[in-house]
Design a binder for this molecule. Structure first.
Ligand code: G1P
Length: 298
């Protein structure tokens, strides 16, 4: 069985939910404390053994390429001022993996973005990570958990988590039969169903390991929700020919694709980092006190 060595990360989206911040800056470059979201995603992939990162990119995304490239002028300036630690910090970012960029010329959906990477992925299984959700698990990264399932069964795996019923319209929803603790054999997938139509509350959270057969399935799948080529629909096409598994992802999940989730992620990360945690705790306690006093006065 072939090893999962490559990850496809679609980054062509406009990031309209974060305008004006994303007018000239890719949403993937927005920092959680001082590290861009996209770097957390790449680190997750690399710590699961991925060697090649394929970005499906678009216009106005040059900053991502620069972030994962060497920066000789910056390194030189840092060296001159004796900041060796920072030189290492920025150099390591480029040395983590091999980076490949492919342009999605038109935004025709997530399925279309994946299809754009076909000639680079080739005939081997590959991972997909979507940048809107960060999952923190120091023992086994989210995508590593799916790779483990792939290594056991040799079939496509989608990463899932249980969501409240009223939120099914935000996700691809899967239904299946439990075969092992947290692992299901999928029998049905549907993109963003209303709560009434949803077959379950098991939602896909932006982590996939796919067999290369998905490319052929994508080509045979009609446009779906929003008149876009949906990966969820293509998985349903594939499901008719090959079994698919789902795996409940273990870890702390942050939905950084919306404002509140993004702010919460920054607070949570700042609370766990050595250089910021003490200050952050104090800040929260002070703010809580202030708000309580205001409440009493009102
Ligand atoms: C995409 C997928 C959806 C999945 C979601 C996870 O939707 O189409 O199936 O549940 O990512 O974040 P998007 O959020 O890009 O609209």
């Amino acid at each position: 069985m072939k090893k999962v060595r490559k990850v496809v990360i679609p980054v062509a989206g406009f990031g309209t939910r974060f305008l004006p911040a994303t007018k000239a800056t890719p949403k993937e470059m927005m920092p959680i404390v001082d590290k861009p979201i996209i770097q957390y995603i790449v680190e997750e992939a690399v710590s699961a053994g991925i060697e090649t990162v394929i970005f499906v990119t678009g216009r106005h995304k040059r900053a991502i390429e620069d972030h994962f490239d060497y920066a000789p002028d910056l390194e030189e300036a840092l060296e001159r001022s004796g900041k060796e630690e920072l030189v290492e910090l920025i150099r390591n970012i480029s040395d983590m993996a091999q980076f490949v960029y492919v342009r999605q010329k038109q935004q025709l959906g997530l399925g279309h973005a994946i299809l754009t990477a076909e000639h680079i992925v080739g005939d081997e299984p590959f991972a997909v990570i979507l940048g809107d959700e960060l999952v923190i698990n120091d023992k086994n990264p989210a995508i590593g958990q799916l790779i483990d399932v792939y290594n056991k069964f040799g079939k496509s795996v989608v990463g899932t988590t249980d969501v409240p019923k009223e939120e099914t319209h935000k996700y691809g929803i899967v239904d299946g039969k439990t075969v092992e603790d947290g692992i299901k054999l999928v029998n049905y997938l549907v993109e963003k169903p209303s709560p009434a139509e949803a077959p379950s509350t098991s939602a896909i959270i932006g982590r996939y390991v796919l067999t290369p057969k998905i490319f052929d399935a994508l080509k045979r799948t009609p446009l779906g929700k929003g008149n876009e080529l949906q990966l969820t629909d293509a998985l349903m096409t594939l499901r008719k020919e090959e079994v698919i598994y789902s795996k409940d992802i273990e870890g702390v999940r942050h939905d950084t694709g919306n404002k509140i989730g993004y702010i919460k992620a920054i607070i949570d990360f700042a609370l766990t980092r050595e250089d910021t945690s003490e200050f952050m705790k104090q800040l929260i306690l002070e703010k809580a006190k202030e708000l309580n006093e205001q409440k009493v006065q009102n």
